[in-house]
Design a protein around this ligand. Structure first.
Ligand code: ASP
Length: 322
């Protein structure tokens, strides 16, 4: 989707732990919510201008409270401020900083009041701004990233790298950083390294460009793509053996974020140089590789090693029946 340049993102602040302060950095519970103003929250994010990519930031302190004390008068004011900003053509989206205790209620109220066609993204923190490792700055940065995403409309909540919809979001834990859940619905997406990954790929075409080849070609002539795993003491001889036997593709389930045991990596780079197509996935059962390895191409769409094998096999099919 075409994203207009030099728009505005509006940050409306309402207080909460994200703006809270404690006397001691180790204190995550004995703090006072709603102490720092919106400008102080934004000043705590060094990477902000990178995330804005030329957009301007407008901020407003709507109220300053602990969200356990949220009331209808504040809701009305907040809805009015949102409506005001959403009606401006150069406003891309709104971020609202809010306490975690009643965030889910405010999210639903605003969704019902505004039905916004632009993003309205609530965010929060589980630790006060004075903590050794506060979570507020990252959450606020992630929320701004989501508010700038051209795919988004409606009211969302962003916490601990997860994006929740207004209907499903719920605070499920009184202490941990990842305190919110969307229950059975699951998160709408994730923010990773400043990029949004949506759970629903929407219009992605689910037919491979070479599908017809697999209808026509005898299966004995389908490309041979093998699956390998990286693990402790991984042995490069398995790669050498596969290459010697004529393998055409290898899909590797790497450790963690697509890391590969050094002995296996050297053999795979050598295999690539000999014309074998190599794709990288992760052994981790959830999430997908973030970023690109310098040496190996990541399999598309966050596919598992077994599904990536199928896609690579189809990709390696050519029209000539050899
Ligand atoms: N009591 C705080 C609030 O809801 C809790 C928080 O923000 O995490 O404002």
């Amino acid at each position: 989707m075409y994203a207009k340049k030099n728009q505005k993102v509006v940050v409306l602040a309402t207080g909460g732990t994200i703006a809270g302060t404690a006397t001691h950095a180790s204190d995550h519970t004995g703090y006072t919510a709603g102490q720092l103003n919106v400008q102080q929250l934004l000043d705590a994010i060094p990477a902000l201008s990178d995330a804005l990519q030329g957009d301007a930031l407008v901020c407003e302190q709507v109220v300053q409270l602990d969200s356990k004390d949220m009331d209808h008068a504040t809701w009305q004011t907040l809805a009015q401020r949102c409506a005001h900003w959403l009606s401006q053509s150069d406003v891309r989206g709104i971020v609202i900083t809010h306490g975690t205790d009643t965030l889910e209620e405010t999210a639903w109220f605003l969704q019902m009041m505004l039905g916004p066609t632009k993003p309205v993204v609530l965010t929060c923190a589980m630790r006060p701004a004075t903590a050794l490792m506060p979570d507020g700055p990252q959450n606020l940065l992630d929320a701004i990233t989501v508010a700038r995403d051209a795919m988004v409309h409606g009211v969302l909540a962003v916490c601990a790298g997860r994006i929740h919809g207004a209907r499903d979001v719920q605070k499920v834990h009184p202490y941990r950083l990842d305190a919110f859940s969307s229950g059975d619905a699951g998160p709408r997406g994730w923010v990773e390294q400043g990029r949004v990954r949506w759970a629903d790929l929407g219009g992605w075409p689910m037919v491979h460009a070479n599908a017809q080849q697999a209808f026509d070609r005898p299966v004995a002539q389908w490309p041979w793509v093998a699956v390998l795993h990286s693990h402790t003491n991984a042995d490069p001889r398995q790669v050498h053996a596969l290459v010697a036997a004529g393998v055409q593709g290898i899909v590797l389930a790497g450790t963690g974020n697509g890391t590969v045991h050094h002995s296996l990596l050297a053999a795979l780079i050598q295999a690539q140089a000999q014309g074998v197509a190599v794709r990288l996935t992760t052994r981790c059962g959830e999430g997908q590789i973030v970023g690109q390895s310098a040496d190996l191409q990541t399999a598309p769409l966050g596919l598992s090693v077994y599904k990536a094998r199928i896609s690579l096999m189809l990709t390696l099919m050519t029209s000539s029946l050899s």
